[in-house]
Design a protein around this ligand. Structure first.
Ligand code: ZN
Length: 160
């Protein structure tokens, strides 16, 4: 079973930029109730979608004080727990970050390690790619960062 996820967050001043659980030096961070880790959020929605479950907002309501500034790797850990509870295996995830700046690829291995550990899968099963928006649109104007992801899960009983 396959799932898709998409997320976008606006840049904000005086916030750390956290992507894939890695704090990346940059002039701006991302606005959000949690740590605004757009990459983790897109991956979480892809995994939840693949499992046929409701989206991230169902499990982590945006206004919930318990979610304030939480590390989004916890959200991926929740996905792993839900997979376990539903007797499902997360096969792999693949993702693309869309940002004009900063350069994120130097942090790819660290992001991969964090995401893989949170999902309980091998780092080789976590794809992270990055591209710019060729200076077009809101991403091109450096107003924010978007991320998209796909995930595959299979039943532990009856692989499909
Ligand atoms: Zn988000």
């Amino acid at each position: 079973m396959t799932g898709i996820g998409y997320d976008v967050h606006r840049f904000a001043e005086h916030r750390p930029l956290v992507l894939g659980g890695v704090t990346i030096p940059h002039s701006h961070g991302l606005e959000g109730h949690s740590d605004a880790d757009v990459l983790c959020h897109a991956i979480a929605d892809a995994v939840l979608g693949a499992m046929g479950l409701p989206d991230i907002g169902y499990y982590f309501p945006p206004g919930d004080p318990a979610c304030k500034d939480i590390c989004s790797l916890r959200i991926l850990e929740k996905c792993r727990d839900l997979a376990e509870a539903n007797n499902l295996l997360i096969v792999n995830v693949d993702s693309t970050l869309v940002a004009e700046a900063p350069k994120v690829l130097p942090h790819r291995d660290a992001m991969r390690t964090n995401i893989a550990a949170a999902l309980g899968i091998r780092p080789e099963r976590v794809g992270i790619k990055a591209t710019t928006n060729e200076t077009m649109g809101f991403i091109g104007r450096k107003e924010g960062i978007a991320a998209m992801a796909v995930a595959q899960v299979e039943s532990k009983d009856r692989p499909v």
